[in-house]
Design a binder for this molecule. Structure first.
Ligand SMILES: Cc1ncc(C[n+]2csc(CCOP(=O)(O)OP(=O)(O)O)c2C)c(N)n1
Ligand SMILES: [Mg+2]
Length: 345
């Protein structure tokens, strides 16, 4: 989370949260711009606008050495855990200077040094890895916690329940964070389940479980701090965070399945504006100070786009790098295999 900010910097927790949430939102807006310019790699991008309190509130409660996995909407979470916007944007643009050399992209970004065990495009796919990380942490006595971030849609996946059961049974240092943005693609949560109180399912497995309103980043952080401390002591938990997905599922989705009125009301549930208003109303920061901060963040994220666009694509020779264990011979290129097979006929 190291950023060099020159604006007057009130020394309060809420100001820090606001700054990080604003960074996440601005980063996501720039990702949208990269996509429109045709400079992102691949055709799918999932923005977390409206969900910033989950990334920042939980991210702030984690400690150095803690690990995590994310779903396909995970840019904000990685930023909140200290990712550099330049290298993230470069990864999303498919450039060599990105976190995974441009080969992971938006949905498979990972970085072990920051504890990021991987984003995952398979709904629920990252959840069991956190159980493994928790088991390893417990057996090795590292004192670290592993956090799975996933969407409400993953509550329809069996792997979640196998994972909750094992974590509870073995008392692993794990926290399961369900970012309930009310939608799994075009299906609203109340059309996907008869009981949308998602945390109740985890309670049935013996985890401590609760839901918080994502409108307040402070509430999210308070809950996360408590539950991460519990997890560290061998009491795993499940935290559902209620929020609203401001835009479509991915960049090409204009959400024709939801009424304008619903969307407008949903966007009122804005954790970034709520934090800004609270800072101003309570006298913790002036409008001018926050405007100056926003400008600095704009410049930081503009810089990330410039960095990404200026980068080079990975060479073909890098195709199999980082795929096989060191020492394994590289597989025969497809072209060579094809000519060998054709020559045989
Ligand atoms: C196993 C699996 N099934 C279906 C999909 C297609 N798919 C991609 S995202 C998504 C919805 C996920 O909703 P949610 O978990 O709530 O996350 P959100 O997109 O709302 O952040 C689906 C069904 C997939 N990627 N993996
Ligand atoms: Mg969802």
């Amino acid at each position: 989370m190291a950023t060099s900010m020159t604006a007057p910097r009130p020394n309060t927790r809420l100001y820090d949260f606001y700054r990080e949430m604003r960074r996440v939102r601005t980063f996501e807006e720039r990702v949208g711009e990269l996509f429109v310019r045709g400079q992102s790699a691949g055709s799918m991008l999932h923005l977390s606008i409206g969900e910033e309190s989950a990334a920042v509130g939980v991210g702030a409660a984690m400690q150095a050495g803690d690990t995590f996995t994310t779903h396909h909407r995970g840019h904000g979470i990685f930023l909140a855990r200290g990712a550099e916007p330049d290298r993230m944007m470069a990864e999303i643009a498919g450039k060599e200077s990105g976190y995974c050399g441009g080969k992971g992209g938006s949905m498979h970004i990972a970085d072990m040094s920051l504890g990021h065990l991987g984003a995952n495009a398979i709904v629920g796919g990252g959840i069991p890895a956190v159980v493994g990380a928790g088991l390893s942490a417990r057996n090795l006595g590292t004192g670290t916690v592993s956090v799975a971030f996933f969407g409400d849609g993953a509550t329809g996946q069996g792997i979640l329940y196998e994972s909750l059961n094992m974590a509870a049974l073995w008392q692993l240092p794990c926290l399961f964070v369900c970012i309930n943005n009310q939608y799994g693609m075009g299906t609203r949560i109340d059309r996907a389940t008869a009981n949308p109180n998602l945390h109740e399912r985890a309670a049935a497995f013996g985890l401590s479980a609760r839901t918080v309103d994502g409108l307040s980043v402070e509430d999210v952080a308070d809950a996360a701090e408590e539950m991460i401390a519990d997890a560290r002591a061998g009491r795993p938990g499940f935290l559902a965070i209620d929020c609203y997905r401001f835009f479509g599922h991915a960049r090409k989705d204009k959400s024709p399945y939801r009424a304008d009125g619903e969307e407008a009301a949903g966007r009122q549930k804005d954790p970034v504006s709520a934090a800004r208003t609270k800072l101003i109303v309570s006298g913790l920061a002036s409008v001018e100070a926050l405007d100056a901060l926003d400008k600095e963040i704009d410049a930081e994220m503009d810089g990330a786009i410039d960095f990404a666009v200026a980068g080079t694509e990975p060479p073909m020779a890098a195709m199999f790098r980082d795929v096989y264990a060191p020492g394994e011979p590289e597989p025969e290129p497809v072209s060579a295999r094809l000519s060998r097979v054709l020559a045989r006929d």
